[in-house]
Design a protein around this ligand. Structure first.
Ligand code: FES
Length: 142
C-alpha cells in the first residue's frame, strides 16, 4: 500500500484521506449500450460510511482505453475517456486531474484541458444514475 506524506500531516481531514487511497480499478458490467458500475465501487473499505474515493478507473478488455469516473457527490459524476487528445497516449489519473505521460498535457476532472500541448477536451460520456448503479452510456459522447 502506498503512503502519502500529506495524509500523515493532515490525518483526520476526510478529503485528503480519500485522495490517498490506492486507485480502484474495476471492470464494470458491459452491456450493449454501455457499462454499469455501482456507487458502492467508490466506497473505501474499512472506513466509515462517509468515506468515498474521488475517482475510480474502469479497465475492461472491451474498451480500447480506460474510463475514469469522478465522483463529485452522490448525484454527480463525470466519465472521461482516458485517451489524450494530443496524440492518443493513455492518460494517468493523478487525484483530481489526468496527466499524459508522453508530453505532459493535463485535463481536469470535467475533461477540460488545463495544460497543453493538447488543445481539445477529453471525450465525456453521460452518466445515468439508476438507484445504486451508474450507467455510462457509450453511445453518446461530448
Ligand atoms: S500524447 Fe498526450 S501530450 Fe502528447
Amino acid at each position: 500500500m502506498k503512503s502519502c506524506t500529506a495524509c500523515f500531516a493532515t490525518s483526520g481531514i476526510f478529503s485528503l484521506i480519500s485522495s490517498c487511497t490506492p486507485t480502484q480499478y474495476i471492470a464494470g458490467t458491459v452491456g450493449k449500450d454501455g457499462i454499469t458500475i455501482s456507487k458502492n465501487d467508490f466506497k473505501v473499505s474499512g472506513k466509515e460510511n462517509s468515506a468515498y474515493r474521488s475517482f475510480i478507473i474502469i479497465r475492461n478488455d472491451a474498451l480500447q482505453y480506460p474510463i475514469c469516473v469522478y465522483r463529485f457527490s452522490d448525484e454527480q459524476y463525470s466519465a472521461l475517456w482516458m485517451k489524450c487528445t494530443h496524440q492518443g497516449t493513455e492518460l494517468n489519473a493523478s487525484g483530481d486531474f489526468l496527466q499524459c505521460p508522453a508530453h505532459g498535457s493535463e485535463f481536469n476532472s470535467q475533461g477540460k484541458v488545463r495544460n497543453g500541448p493538447a488543445d481539445q477536451n477529453l471525450r465525456i460520456f453521460p452518466v445515468v444514475i439508476l438507484n445504486n448503479d451508474l450507467f455510462i452510456d457509450l453511445r453518446k459522447q461530448s
